[in-house]
Design a binder for this molecule. Structure first.
Ligand code: NAP
Ligand code: HSE
Length: 440
C-alpha cells in the first residue's frame, strides 16, 4: 500500500498503539490518547489510534469509558497484531511484562515503558534487542514521574562527566516522611493515603524498603556513568525503621529526614545508596515535600542542576509516557536507540558501603546511670569516631532509662557499624534505636 503524500513508504499513515495496563497510569494514558487525539496527531504529523488495551480482569470497574472492542485480556491481541506499531507497557512487575516487552521488540514494535523494575534489571538486554530490531525503547516514566530526567541524562547533559546524583525519587516515601514530619501522621495512615492517591507500587514494600528507588537509581547511574549497574549494586535501607522521635530530634538538631538515592564517584568507583538520611533543613532537597521528587546532578560542565516535580501519580506519569510515545512516533523509520553502557563495555567499579565516609546520627536507649555516656564515648573513640554533639532526651526516672542522641563528625561506615556492635553489647545500653547518615 502506498502511503499518502508526504509520508515515506514503509511508514504507516496511521500509528496504532497497543496499551498494556489500564491502572493508575494506563487510565491516564488512554484518556489522553482519546481526549487529545487530534492534537497528538498534529504533533506527530500522522494519525494516532489507541487500538487495543490489555488488562488482567475484564470485569473490573474502570475510571474510563473506552470505545467498544478495545479491552482485551489476551496479550496476543497486541503482540501478534502487525498493525500495532507502538507498544506501551504500564502493567508493572517483571512477569509477564518483561516477556511481553521482548516479544514486542522482536516483532519490530517500538516500545514505551514506565517499568523501572524491568529497565533496572534487564535494560541493557532490552535496549540491545531494540537496536537489533531497529526500533526504539523509551522509558522516561521509569524515573521521577513527570520529571524529564532520563531524556536529559541521555541527551542534554550527555557532554558532562557526572560527579554525583543526589535525589529523592520515590513519591510514596517522600509523601509518608512529609506527613510524619509535618502533620505527625502515623506511618500506616500516611501509607494508606499514598496508596489511595495512586502513588504506591502494587506491592508497597518496594516503595517503603527503598527497592523502587534502588531500581530508579540503577537506571540513572547507568545513564550518567555509561556503565551497567544492577539493583544489587545499590546499598538499600527503607524508611520503616523510623520512629516519631527521629523526626522530633532531627528537627531539634536543624535537620529534615529524607529518603535519598545517591550515586557519586569516589576515586574512580561509584558509590550507590538509598537510605533515609538527615539533611540540613535549609538544603534544597530538604524542602522537597509530599509526592514531589527532585534530582540534583553535579556535572563537569553544567555544575549543579536541580530537577523538581511530581514523582508519581496518574497525570505526571502520563506526561512522561505520552511524551515518549510522541518521540517514538516521530522517530519511526529512523535508528535512535542509545545503549545503557559504553560500546566497549568498560564498566566503572562499585565501591562497597563499608567505604562510605559520612556523619552519623545515632539514637540509643540506655539505663540512666552514671558513666554510661563515658562508656559509649570510649567505644566510639576506640573506633576513631569523633563525636560532634550529644543530647540526652526522654528521661524516665521510674524505669531509670533515657535516650541519647549522638551525632558524629565524618567517619567510615565499617568503623561505625563495628562500634555499634560493641555498644549494643554494653550492659547499660538497652537498644540501638536508630542509626542514620547525615548528608551535608
Ligand atoms: P496499577 O494501577 O496496578 O495497574 C496495572 C495495570 O496492569 C492494571 O490495569 C492491570 O490489570 C494490568 N495488569 C497487571 N498485570 C497484568 C497481567 N499479567 N496481564 C494483563 N494485565 C495486567 O499500576 P500503575 O500504578 O498504573 O503502574 C504501572 C507501571 O507504571 C508500573 O511499572 C509502575 O512502577 C510504573 N509507574 C507508576 C507510577 C505511579 O505513580 N503509579 C509512576 C511511574 C511509574 P487490571 O486492571 O485488570 O488489574
Ligand atoms: N511508587 C512510585 C513512587 C511510583 O512512589 O515513586 C513512581 O515511580
Amino acid at each position: 500500500m502506498t502511503a499518502p503524500s508526504g509520508i515515506p513508504n514503509g511508514i504507516p499513515a496511521e500509528i496504532n498503539i497497543g496499551l498494556m495496563g489500564l491502572g493508575v497510569v494506563g487510565t491516564g494514558v488512554a484518556a489522553t490518547l482519546l481526549r487529545e487525539n487530534s492534537h497528538l496527531s498534529d504533533l506527530i504529523g500522522r494519525a494516532v489510534k489507541l487500538k487495543k488495551v490489555l488488562v488482567r480482569d475484564l470485569s473490573r470497574p474502570r475510571d474510563i469509558d473506552l470505545p467498544a472492542g478495545l479491552l482485551t485480556a489476551n496479550a496476543e491481541d497486541i503482540l501478534a497484531d502487525p498493525d500495532i506499531h507502538i507498544l506501551v507497557e504500564v502493567m508493572g512487575g517483571t512477569d509477564p511484562a518483561e516477556a511481553y516487552l521482548k516479544q514486542g521488540l522482536s516483532a519490530g514494535k517500538h516500545v514505551v515503558t514506565a517499568n523501572k523494575e524491568v529497565m533496572a534489571k534487564s535494560g541493557p538486554e532490552l535496549l540491545a534487542l531494540a537496536r537489533a530490531n531497529g526500533v526504539n525503547l523509551l522509558f522516561e516514566a521509569s524515573v521521577g514521574g513527570g520529571i524529564p530526567i532520563v531524556g536529559c541524562l541521555m541527551n542534554e547533559l550527555a557532554a558532562n562527566d557526572v560527579r554525583s546524583i543526589r535525589s529523592i525519587i520515590n513519591g510514596t516515601t517522600n509523601y509518608i516522611l512529609t506527613a510524619m514530619a509535618h502533620q505527625h501522621t502515623s506511618f500506616e495512615q500516611a501509607l494508606s493515603e499514598a496508596q489511595e492517591r495512586g502513588y504506591a507500587e502494587a506491592d508497597p514494600t518496594n516503595d517503603i524498603e527503598g527497592i523502587d528507588a534502588a531500581y530508579k537509581l540503577t537506571i540513572l547511574a547507568s545513564l550518567a556513568y555509561r556503565s551497567t549497574f544492577q539493583p544489587g549494586d545499590v546499598y538499600c535501607e527503607g524508611i520503616s525503621k523510623l520512629e516519631p522521635q527521629d523526626f522530633q530530634y532531627a528537627q531539634e538538631l536543624g535537620f529534615a529526614i529524607k529518603s535519598l538515592a545517591i550515586a557519586n564517584l569516589v576515586d574512580g568507583a561509584v558509590q550507590l545508596r538509598v537510605y533515609p538520611a538527615l539533611l540540613p533543613a535549609e538544603h534544597m532537597l530538604a524542602k522537597v515535600d509530599g509526592v514531589y521528587n527532585a534530582v540534583e546532578i553535579d556535572g563537569s560542565l553544567c555544575g549543579q542542576v536541580l530537577f523538581h516535580g511530581m514523582g508519581a501519580g496518574r497525570e505526571p506519569t502520563t506526561s512522561a509516557v505520552v511524551g515518549d510515545l510522541i518521540e517514538a512516533a516521530r522517530k519511526m523509520g529512523g535508528p535512535s536507540v542509545l545503549p545503557l553502557e559504553l560500546p566497549n563495555g568498560s564498566g566503572i567499579p562499585v565501591r562497597p558501603i563499608d567505604d562510605l565516609m559520612s556523619r552519623y546520627y545515632i539514637r540509643l536507649g540506655v539505663a540512666d546511670h552514671p558513666g554510661v555516656l563515658a562508656q559509649i564515648a570510649q567505644v566510639l573513640g576506640d573506633g576513631q569516631i569523633s563525636i560532634a554533639s550529644v543530647l540526652q532526651k526522654d528521661v524516665h526516672p521510674e524505669t531509670e532509662s533515657a535516650e541519647i542522641v549522638i551525632t558524629t563528625h565524618p567517619a567510615r561506615e565499617a568503623s561505625v557499624q563495628k562500634a555499634l556492635q560493641i555498644i549494643t553489647e554494653l550492659p547499660q545500653v538497652r537498644r540501638v534505636s536508630n542509626t542514620l547518615r547525615i548528608e551535608e
